[in-house]
Design a binder for this molecule. Structure first.
Ligand code: F6R
Length: 242
C-alpha cells in the first residue's frame, strides 16, 4: 500500500484527480469504479475542471459505482445515481449509457446483483477503483461483520453509518436502512485502487486499514492484500499512522 500525504482536503482532491486523470489519459477506454460521499466531491470537481480545460476526454470511459440505497429511485436527490450525475456525469462528455450505478429499485435483487458483477467482469474489471472509507472502516457499503462478502449484495446499514449519512437527509428517519453494494471480491478485482480520506473522524479507520489486522470487522483492512493500492489522505486522517 502506498500512502500519499496531502496537506488538506483541496490537496487530497487535486492529487486524487491527477491519478484518475492519468488513468483516463493512458487508457481512454478505461473502466473506472466510482464512489460517492463527501470525500470524492473535490476530486470530481478537479476532474470536471480538467475536462473543461480540454485536458480530459471521457467519451470512451465506462464507470461502475460501488453502491446505491435500496428503495431510492435514480432521480431521488439522495440517490447515488443522482449524486454522480450532479457531481460528475452531467459536466463531462461521458456517454450516460456507459455509466452504471446499482438500481435501488431492483426487484429480483439477488439476480440483479449477480448481473452487476457479471457486467463488471465482462467489461474487464475496473482499471481503477476509487474508494472512500467509512468512520467504521467500511468500503462501499461493506459494513464491519463476521466475514468478507464477495459479490454485490444487499446490506443492512449499521447505526453508525445511518447516523453519519443522516446529515444529508431531512431527518434520520428518512435514511434508508438498506443498500446494495459491490462486495469485497468485486472491489478486489480492480487492477488498481485509490482510497481517499480526510479529516480526523477517519484517522482510526485509516490506521486500521493500513496497519491493523486483516479482519472483516474492519472491511478496508482487506486492501492490504491488494498489490496496487494508493491511499491519498490529509494530515488529519493520517494522524494515527506512523
Ligand atoms: C459511497 C461509499 C462509502 C463512502 C464512505 C465515506 O459510495 O462507498 O463507503 O466512501 O461512507 O463517506 P464520506 O466520504 O461521506 O465520508
Amino acid at each position: 500500500m502506498r500512502i500519499v500525504r496531502a496537506k488538506d482536503y483541496e490537496d487530497m482532491s487535486r492529487k486524487a484527480a491527477a491519478i484518475i486523470a492519468a488513468q483516463v489519459t493512458l487508457k481512454p477506454d478505461c473502466v473506472l469504479g466510482l464512489a460517492t460521499g463527501s470525500t470524492p466531491i473535490g476530486t470530481y470537481k478537479n476532474l470536471v475542471a480538467a475536462y473543461e480545460a480540454g485536458d480530459l476526454d471521457f467519451s470512451q470511459v465506462k464507470t461502475y459505482n460501488l453502491d446505491e440505497y435500496r428503495g431510492l429511485p435514480g432521480d431521488h436527490d439522495q440517490s447515488y445515481r443522482y449524486f454522480m450525475n450532479v457531481n460528475l456525469f452531467d459536466h463531462v462528455n461521458i456517454d450516460k449509457a456507459n455509466t452504471h450505478v446499482p438500481d435501488g429499485l431492483m426487484e429480483d435483487y439477488e439476480a440483479a446483483c449477480a448481473e452487476y458483477d457479471e457486467a463488471v467482469a465482462a467489461a474487464g474489471h475496473q482499471d481503477l477503483q476509487l474508494l472512500g472509507i467509512g468512520n467504521n472502516g467500511h468500503i462501499g457499503f461493506n459494513e464491519p461483520c463476521d466475514s468478507f462478502i464477495k459479490g454485490t449484495h444487499c446490506v443492512d446499514l449499521t447505526e453508525s453509518t445511518i447516523q453519519a449519512n443522516s446529515r444529508l437527509f431531512d431527518s434520520i428517519d428518512d435514511v434508508p436502512r438498506q443498500a446494495y453494494t459491490m462486495g469485497i471480491g468485486t472491489i478486489m478485482g480492480a487492477k488498481s485502487i485509490l482510497v481517499v480520506a480526510n479529516g480526523d473522524a477517519k484517522a482510526q479507520a485509516v490506521h486500521d486499514m493500513c496497519y491493523g489486522p486483516i479482519v472483516p470487522s474492519c472491511p478496508a483492512s482487506i486492501l492490504q492484500l491488494h498489490p496496487n493500492v494508493v491511499v491519498v489522505a490529509d494530515e488529519a486522517a493520517l494522524a494515527l499512522c506512523p
